[in-house]
Design a protein around this ligand. Structure first.
Ligand code: F6R
Length: 315
């Protein structure tokens, strides 16, 4: 779920056509009915205590799926240790969404070791160099005039961000949205092309009083496919220009899908911190998520139920 599940989406976008088997992120209490003993389930929860992940993990074990778990501790680690399930212990003390590389890189590495994707080391090293350069260019010390993340945060201040992605930048668009929501504490939305051209665009017909509050960020790529460029331009010129409060762009950096996707995520992440500062909020505060988790734990008692299912799986 949340900051842990996105590493699955971003891995899928980064791999694009390189992956030779179906691969997707599951965000629910259970798994699709077709997930059986031919499936590998990577149960990833940074805290190790998210009830939906624990429940889906128990389902995977009950169905005989191969399972590998990832967490910084919690019940997920306890269960895996007690059942002898391979577990990757993540460094603790971070927010799940900040621990993204610690969850994403192992997923790619596991898929490579299983022979379903080519080696990723070189791509990962080049991606980390791209991200370091982005951080340097957008650091706190870099003045706004030379700092694109600070400039974007200034542009977004007072608006609701709407991020448009496509193909290998689809999950990046979703992650930018959640970073604005979680870090900057503003409502935000995201949409994916070409799908948005078949439904989402009708919402912009509303009165300008409503639509002018949205600032659209179009995710761009120097090597955009022709049909995507055409759709971005048509959407911008025919629809957004008339209605959106602002239209902004963010350019993906690098050559591979991994570099492009993560460079966009990182630019968005840094921007969301500057926007948090502008909004005078603590980007790391997650009180409402924790409150809801506690309330649902009391109401549903899912963890007790999962513990009982895990006990039944012990020899
Ligand atoms: C908090 C965050 C959330 C969590 C989500 C699942 O920083 O980003 O979206 O990731 O509540 O919790 P974990 O990742 O611990 O399974």
């Amino acid at each position: 779920m949340g900051g842990s599940a996105i590493s699955g989406d971003l891995s899928r976008d980064a791999l694009g056509p390189k992956i030779s088997v179906p691969f997707w992120a599951c965000r629910d209490y259970s798994l699709p009915p077709f997930a059986d003993r031919d499936f590998l389930v990577l149960a990833s929860s940074y805290s190790g205590n998210t009830e939906e992940t624990l429940s889906a993990y128990a389902t995977a074990l009950e169905r005989g799926c191969a399972v590998i778990s990832l967490s910084s501790g919690g019940m997920l680690e306890e269960f895996s240790r007690s059942l002898g399930i391979p577990h990757l212990h993540l460094p603790s003390g971070m927010l799940p969404r900040v621990a993204l590389p610690f969850m994403l890189i192992p997923i790619l590495t596991i898929l490579n070791k299983l022979g379903v994707i080519p080696p990723v080391e070189e791509d990962v090293i080049r991606t980390s160099e791209t991200l370091k350069a982005i951080l340097h260019l957008n650091s706190v010390e870099t003045p706004t005039v030379d700092n694109s993340a600070k400039k974007l945060a200034v542009e977004l201040s007072g608006y609701i961000p709407v991020v448009y992605g496509w193909r290998h930048l689809s999950s990046a668009a979703y992650r930018l949205m959640t970073d604005f929501q979680e870090n900057s504490k503003v409502p935000a939305k995201s949409a994916v092309l070409p799908e948005a051209n078949h439904n989402e665009i009708l919402g912009w017909q509303a009165s300008k009083n409503l639509t002018a509050i949205f600032a659209v960020i179009l995710l761009r790529d120097r090597e955009e496919p022709t049909e995507i460029t055409a759709r971005i331009e048509a959407t911008r010129n025919l629809i957004l220009r008339k209605r959106a409060g602002k239209i902004l762009e963010m350019l993906a950096e690098g050559e591979t899908n991994l570099q492009k996707s993560l460079s966009t995520v990182y630019k968005g992440l840094i921007t969301s911190y500057y926007l948090a500062i502008a909004n005078r909020v603590d980007p790391w505060e997650t009180g409402v998520i924790d409150l809801l988790k506690r309330e649902l734990e009391i109401r549903l008692k899912t963890k007790d139920e999962v513990s009982a299912r895990i006990e039944r799986l012990k020899p």
